[in-house]
Design a binder for this molecule. Sequence first.
Ligand code: PMP
Length: 435
Amino acid sequence: MPRPTAASSALFERARSVTPGGVNSPVRAFNAVGGTPRFIRSAAGAWLTDVDGNEYVDLICSWGPMLLGHAHPEVQAQVAAAVARGTSYGAPTEPEVELAEEIVARAPVEKVRFVSSGTEATMSAIRLARGFTGRDVVVKFAGCYHGHVDALLASAGSGLATFAVPGTPGVPASSTELTLVLPYNDRAAVEKVFAEYPDRIACLITEASPGNMGVVPPEAGFNAFLAETCRAHGALFVSDEVMTGFRVSRQGQWGLDGAVEGWRPDLVTFGKVMGGGFPAAAFGGRADVMARLAPEGPVYQAGTLSGNPIATTAGLATLRLATDEVYAHIGAAAETVKSAASDALRQAGVAHVVQATGTMFSVFFTASGRVRDFDDALTTDASAYAAFFHAMLDAGVYLPPSAYEAWFLSSAHDDRAVQTVLDALPAAARAAAAA
Ligand code: PMP
């Protein structure tokens, strides 16, 4: 049954007259799935409530950050106490030090610098890599999203080792002409490009396990291969853990491969979970590389709200509560949802493949069997997904409004929330089959 949307529709109308597309980040607009975006009034635990009073099990979790669910009482209490002490000083604070120590204890970084968004983190990491190496070329993979950094909003040119063309108007060719874009999981392409551009590649940046083309995990040993190839050529390996960091495991994606295989990235970017739902992000890495950053070194980087006391308090509270039990709970709930989604789609005869990394997964509506790069991801049947999405929404489950996104759960996804998802799946799968 379609749910009432009069209040969301009215707000969307007003929003469109004062904000481009009515939203402050494009995918929120439901452009990919059609229909009225739901304006959210409040959230608690695993549930969102929209302005029409509809309740939804949240399978986005703010696109990753809400690892503990919404309005976690302990995080809320610490944030409220921090707010009472003032909200920004423009001078250093204790929570920044404590959050940095927590991140250094978990992740493969010796030092970190805080910023306010994942975009800033990757932009700054690349500047630092260039400043450290004295080189200018950056290598990235098609389908990996690193925020809206000019140099990284690039799609591949015609040949493999062709410098990229901008992926959007407004980015001058000069901003992407030093960016090389390769197919993901393709070792030969990586080797070729390092052979073709000796002594020119400052860094290779990759999502630690891509989640922005749907979840496309690195094949076994791929991240180790990237780290080793970069090392052999004097380039830095930048692992973007904005999405995966402190989400797919206690130590992020590195906990699932690097920590086991015994390698470390040179630089890592973080965001989402480490801000506990506030605008906080970071980049960090080798002490000798981070020492090149101002004020210790010459590479400039700064921010008025960087390390904001409310954001760092929320992030610290979140990470301290993110115990092994939290990850185990999310992993088990994700497993239940993932296999039920697959069962329902199979029974309805919908071609699909489910891919996961740690507790993060996505469902590709494709017959291609396995998705190992962006070209594979593009075989997704977006109209089948749109039908599935709306059937789930009508049954009270809020999925990502795009076929190319990860699904996120939290420690607040209890039996009632998971059961609501399971109950919704069969009819949604039949809607996808009919689309
Ligand atoms: N890197 C990755 C891997 C991301 O998933 C994102 C955001 N989805 C970003 C960078 C950019 O982060 P932000 O939206 O905070 O700028």
